[in-house]
Design a protein around this ligand. Sequence first.
Ligand code: NAD
Length: 474
Amino acid sequence: MSSAPRAEKICCLGAGYVGGPTMCVIAKNCPDCKVTVADLFADKIAQWQDPDHLPIFEPGLSDLVRATLGKNLFFTTDLESAIREADIIFVAVGTPTKTVGIGSGHAANLCFLESAARLIARVATTPKIIVEKSTVPVRNAETLMRIFTTNPDSARLFQVVNNPEFLAEGTAVNDLLHPDRVLIGGQTTPAGHEAVRRLADVYAHWVPRERIITTNLWSSECSKLVANAFLAQRISSINSISELCEATGADVDEVARAIGMDSRIGAKFLKSSVGFGGSCFQKDILNLVYLSQSLGLTEVADYWEQVITINQHQKARFTERIVHSMFHTITGKKIAVLGFAFKKDTGDTRETPALDVVYKMLDEGANLAIYDPKVPDELMWEDLRHGPSLSPPARPMPLEERISHVTDVYQAVEGAHAIVVCTEWDEFKTLDYERIFGSMVKPAFIFDGRNILDHQRLFQIGFEVHSLGRRPLT
Ligand code: NAD
């Protein structure tokens, strides 16, 4: 006979894109649970306490915070109290790609995770379930358990489970409310099973039991890296085919439709684009490559590295096409960049393909007006100052002289020679393209890096239209 779910005290270390929304959804669906989200950064915590000015944009998130804040959802910088009080501690800190030292450029930087684990080991005195929510290398839980043995009490008191997050930014709230599956990995001991069951009971407040699957720790950790690798691989696969289509006269959207109707292949993630971005796909594949290399699995590492190679190639060849189509020079020409976020419905710009495209166009001497409906000004300039992570600029770029960040799309295109669409924002589909055409230098070019616009209509208006995976309309 199953007992009633416990009114767990839950805390989460890390109030970012994963920790924040995940805890909001738990608080909403588990009114008996007290949920506290703790972060090192006071500014971020202050923003979470104001539903109108949250630190991240996600559709539906403000309403969720408004409904739970101060009732059973709390944000704090007092990590120690949050840890002491909790029964279940989620660790949702960043695990970005290392930029210096051993494994730099591939391995995950685990310093935030280690410092969170050390803090837990130091301050916790009662039994805890520690949930690895961050995406981690396989067997990372072993590292956490070793850190916990630095305090003999905590080693005895703690159970580590892995519960990877599969949400996608831009649809995070919906993904959390209606997940395809919740995955929980635990130790194959009675205490491990009990920890998995208690976490499953939390999710079972709103997720059907048949969607909550349990595995051993290593399968769960591995599944997260593999899920992202497979998703990114589909994008690189269709993007590689887009180049073949351009060279042969086939149309990549027609090919995607034709192959996607095969139920063994499926229709999702077959949209050709300028390339994938975001904080996870590239980082997690690089991590998988590093892990495989560390284990001496050279062919496995080489295989997955190709997904990144094609992604880099797609961004580069898109920009080369812009230059070649515009009479082999864009020096001194104004180009309007529509979209800077790595995908629609988010203000996140981590690993955005727009940055690679912008940098290559700067290198060619273009002047750029960038418009994005959600990316904050300071974030855009910070990204521009850093440059793309895998192909940083060889020399400093004259950013302020040659780039303007505009808040009106019609201002961006005024007097431009070309429009380059880098993000698939819905609003770009319904702009007044007759008006835009009238305000641009002729011939007026459109390069649709997301294949979202009505190309035939744009061609009829007078644009020269370039998209991915098909011949241009000239
Ligand atoms: P993020 O950078 O938005 O948030 C991480 C937060 O952790 C930051 O606010 C940071 O200040 C905080 N932090 C760092 N060290 C801390 C500590 N010791 N104690 C408390 N807080 C600390 O990162 P994110 O996008 O939320 O990603 C978090 C993890 O989830 C990563 O491992 C990522 O790979 C994974 N993930 C991300 C997504 C996504 O779409 N962003 C999806 C699935 C999984």
